[in-house]
Design a protein around this ligand. Structure first.
Ligand SMILES: *[C@@H]1O[C@H](CO)[C@@H](O)[C@H](O)[C@H]1NC(C)=O
Ligand SMILES: *[C@@H]1O[C@H](CO)[C@@H](O)[C@H](O)[C@H]1NC(C)=O
Ligand SMILES: *[C@@H]1O[C@H](CO)[C@@H](O)[C@H](O)[C@H]1NC(C)=O
Ligand SMILES: *[C@@H]1O[C@H](CO)[C@@H](O)[C@H](O)[C@H]1NC(C)=O
Ligand SMILES: *[C@@H]1O[C@H](CO)[C@@H](O)[C@H](O)[C@H]1NC(C)=O
Ligand SMILES: *[C@@H]1O[C@H](CO)[C@@H](O)[C@H](O)[C@H]1NC(C)=O
Ligand SMILES: *[C@@H]1O[C@H](CO)[C@@H](O)[C@H](O)[C@H]1NC(C)=O
Length: 494
């Protein structure tokens, strides 16, 4: 995320004019401003346990690169903003950097990209003039080592360099930075690299003063009267994430470049924030992250580039509690340092997705009015005929003892029993359809099956875990399914 400012993103596609389009992947960022950072070997064990195939580092830490060797994980290394100036100074400084931090680890550590700086244009504008020099010197050093086909060079940029991202079709880069951006695009084009985008709907939403609905930021279906449409292209935008990626494609096109793909190097949602950051909460973070993964792994591109998948790195693995800034800034991690997931999520490979899924769950909206949720529980457990025994005190789904958890259990039980008879997942607009199995630990939601190959993670607060080699692993088999909810499909057909 913006390591120094807000908003950012992405991944590399071997998309090309000459090659077949590859599927999108989900990777993860590993920031290290963490007070109790696990050892590098433990971190890699955790990545492997969760079948994470791509990581981005913010530096080129020797211990981490060594630990990643022969792991099968693809690695994007980083040049810190502090290093950009020195690497941009001379080709020999760049060559030394490549030798020490890249060539020394290949091929056992599969380094495939170098992210030069982090949102340099917006966070350290005075370094912008040397940014492209640094990129050029690095690329030349790779060519000299015959590594330029293995390792791509690019530079992650914030969405802030696109002042008006909506409507996407009229988005342009800020012309004040035109010469630098032009050189970056030219470099990317000439070296067959890709554009790295840090894209944060969280900031787009929270700074938008209510212009855009939360559901739009969270990839939730929008009512037909509230569809977000680009008036020029008449493309429907199902999510702010798609709109941000498309705004980037249109901005690139405005500079007369084509054939450059966008990889999202950072996106995510904070799960905890200060008193003035109510949108940073676990419910939203869980919804955002799981819907993001599902959206990316469906392999489609944004509306203007439907065939270009949007590979994406989630921000981020662990909470970086040592980072300065608001409370939310320290709470983007999806896992605790003990290896437990902060909220249930499934990070899996596109190869695991089948077009045929049956797992649709009905869960309570995390931000719903508690009184309405109580009414919903009363109805589901009474007239609705749901089996609510598991959410009684002392039973397996009682904890966490929250109204949202209890409502989710009751709503889902009702829905699974009644959907074939026309039962709906609405409950006065406090419920939502989800493809993510909400089961955790011993609490199995109706409709869940444990026979699938998908790997689900369960939240630390509720699931018992077993220690594996010093790590507490909460791996659990569940049937995370990638089904587009029917309501969502219906909207698309409008
Ligand atoms: C490294 O990653 C590239 C790109 O996905 C892949 O083609 C290659 O096989 C990987 N190399 C190793 C040694 O795993
Ligand atoms: C474009 O960038 C310049 C230089 O940073 C800044 O002063 C200006 O406000 C930006 N324009 C917009 C529309 O954001
Ligand atoms: C793109 O090409 C058009 C038409 O040739 C030209 O008017 C415009 O200035 C170019 N844009 C940039 C940013 O160079
Ligand atoms: C994939 O996601 C996009 C964006 O939400 C959507 O437009 C498209 O219909 C989805 N494709 C499939 C096959 O589900
Ligand atoms: C998908 O579901 C249909 C209908 O249930 C079934 O006939 C088909 O074999 C399934 N396809 C796969 C790939 O599982
Ligand atoms: C699925 O769960 C049931 C009941 O909890 C258990 O008996 C069964 O062994 C599980 N199956 C698998 C494949 O784990
Ligand atoms: C992992 O750490 C979190 C946060 O400190 C804690 O809530 C959770 O119980 C821990 N999990 C285990 C298995 O120790």
């Amino acid at each position: 995320m913006m390591r120094e400012k807000w908003i950012g993103g992405v991944l590399l596609l071997l998309v090309g004019i000459f090659t077949d389009v590859q599927g999108a992947f989900i990777g993860i960022n590993i920031g290290t401003d963490v007070s109790d950072l696990p050892s590098e070997t433990d971190t890699v064990a955790l990545l492997k346990a969760h079948q994470i195939t791509h990581v981005r580092l913010y530096n080129a830490d020797a211990h981490m690169l060594k630990a990643l060797s022969n792991s099968g994980i693809e690695v994007m290394v980083g040049i810190t903003n502090e290093e950009v100036l020195s690497v941009g100074e001379s080709s020999s400084a760049a060559a030394a950097w490549i030798n020490k931090n890249v060539a020394a680890y290949l091929p056992s550590t599969n380094i495939t990209a170098i992210a030069v700086g982090s949102e340099v244009i917006t966070s350290i504008p005075h370094a912008a003039p040397v940014l492209v020099d640094a990129m050029n010197y690095l690329h030349k050093a790779l060519v000299a080592s015959n590594l330029n086909f293995q390792v791509k060079v690019s530079t992650p940029q914030s969405m802030d360099i696109i002042p008006k991202p909506f409507p996407p079709s009229t988005a342009t880069f800020n012309y004040s930075w035109g010469p630098t951006i032009y050189r970056i695009l030219q470099f990317i084009k000439n070296t067959n690299s890709y554009y790295m985008l840090n894209a944060y709907p969280y900031y787009g939403y929270t700074s938008g003063d209510g212009i855009f609905p939360l559901d739009y930021a969270l990839f939730r279906p929008l009512p037909s009267v509230k569809q977000i449409v680009d008036p020029n292209t008449v493309f429907h935008y199902n999510s702010m994430f798609d709109a941000m990626v498309d705004a980037t494609y249109y901005s690139i096109e405005d500079f007369n470049f084509s054939g450059i793909s966008v990889v999202v190097t950072e996106t995510g949602w904070p799960w905890f924030g200060g008193s003035k950051e109510p949108d940073a909460n676990t419910g939203n973070a869980q919804t955002y992250t799981n819907n993001l993964i599902r959206r990316v792994l469906n392999d489609s591109g944004p509306p203007s580039q439907p065939k270009l998948p949007i590979s994406t790195y989630i921000y981020e693995l662990f909470n970086e509690d040592k980072r300065p800034g608001p409370v939310s800034e320290k709470n983007w991690g999806v896992m605790y340092t003990n290896g437990s997931a902060v909220y249930p999520l499934s990070l899996s490979d596109s190869s695991q997705i089948t077009g045929n899924s049956s797992g649709v769950f009905c869960t309570a909206k995390a931000n719903a009015d508690p009184d309405k949720l109580q009414d919903g529980i009363n109805w589901a457990c009474g007239q609705g005929g749901a089996n609510c025994t598991p959410i009684q005190r002392g039973q397996r789904c009682y904890l966490p003892d929250t109204i949202v958890n209890h409502a989710s259990y009751a709503y889902n039980d009702y829905y699974q029993k009644m959907k074939s008879a026309g039962g709906t997942c609405d409950f006065d607009d406090t419920a939502t359809i989800s493809a993510v199995d909400p089961s955790y630990g011993a609490c199995k939601f109706s409709g869940s099956s444990n026979s699938s190959k998908f790997t689900g993670l369960t939240p630390a607060s509720v699931a018992p875990s077993t220690a594996v080699g010093g790590w507490s692993s909460n791996l659990q088999v569940s049937n995370l399914q990638y089904l587009i909810p029917a309501a969502f499909l219906a909207l698309l057909l409008l």
